[in-house]
Design a binder for this molecule. Structure first.
Ligand code: DGL
Length: 269
């Protein structure tokens, strides 16, 4: 048993889909969550800046004495995979776990991934998939409008703006008859129903969030490092009030009284 918490970070609320999966899989695990809402969205930022921010965020959660970290952000996972791997603590990204699940989808129809602009531009999803399932077609689509929409509360499948953006991004995937779609950005878990409605039941939806949480569980179990508590501490570089309000929609439980604000870090240092 290891009572140290797990550290989780993301650009904002999206990583809460990983926190939720972790809580479901491991009810007796404490975690420290950092949502970098003050610097959100990450998707349009240049790779060099994202790599510095990846290190800053890992250092921030590591300062709480965590035993392992989940980089619950597709953008960081795909632009700084080497930095995640070489950090002094075990760090789990969402890219590898998600691609592994996508590559295991049977059949030879194309499959697809949607993610932020920086994630798709990095080519990391395409490269990892090519290695895991050589020869199978992967359709990669950047969806830059999704994160800002989600962070401003446009989550509902009935939301007109969200639905219009989803139609635009997803129709090429529907037309290609994709067998499966990887939600390569952790924010997208909250709009899974909207995505499913646009694509129809033939396309299996794979959540990178759930895959990463399972990777961490397996890692801790194999080493006897499971926890024995269920404490949850949240930090945001944005508004605590907004985090309180929006987090409940992601998690399905209230975080009231457990959220603290931290200053916005300079992305260029
Ligand atoms: N949740 C982040 C991801 O998985 C969103 C990045 C953003 O803020 O644009 O990529």
């Amino acid at each position: 048993m290891d009572l140290r918490p797990v550290g989780i970070f993301d650009s904002g609320l999206g990583g809460l889909t990983v926190a939720k999966a972790l809580r479901e899989l491991m009810p007796e695990e404490s975690f420290v969550y950092f949502g970098d809402t003050g610097r959100m969205p990450y998707g349009p930022r240049p790779a060099e800046q994202l790599r510095r921010m990846a290190v800053q965020n890992m250092e921030f959660v590591a300062s709480f004495g965590v035993k392992a970290i989940i980089a619950a952000c597709g953008t960081v996972s795909s632009t700084a995979p080497d930095l995640l791997e070489s950090f002094r603590l075990p760090v789990f990204g969402v890219l590898k776990a998600g691609v592994r699940a996508l590559a295991a989808v049977p059949g030879d129809e194309p499959v697809a991934v949607i993610a932020t602009e920086a994630s798709i531009k990095s080519g990391a999803y395409a490269r990892a998939f090519q290695q895991a399932a050589p020869g199978r077609e992967l359709i990669c689509v950047a969806c830059p409008a999704f994160v800002p929409l989600i962070e401003s509360g446009h989550n509902s499948p009935e939301d007109r703006e969200l639905r219009a953006a989803a139609e635009t991004y997803l129709s090429p995937i529907r037309e290609a008859g994709a067998a499966a779609l990887l939600l390569g950005c952790t924010h997208y878990g909250i709009i899974e129903e909207t995505v499913g409605r646009v694509l129809g039941p033939e396309t299996e939806l794979i959540s990178a969030a759930g895959c990463a949480a399972r990777d961490l569980r397996d890692y801790l179990a194999a080493r006897g490092l499971e926890g024995g508590g269920s404490r949850e501490d949240y930090y945001t570089s944005g508004s605590v009030e907004r985090f309180n309000e929006e987090a409940a929609a992601f998690l399905g439980w209230s975080v009231e009284g457990r959220v603290r604000q931290v200053p916005v870090m300079d992305p260029d240092t």
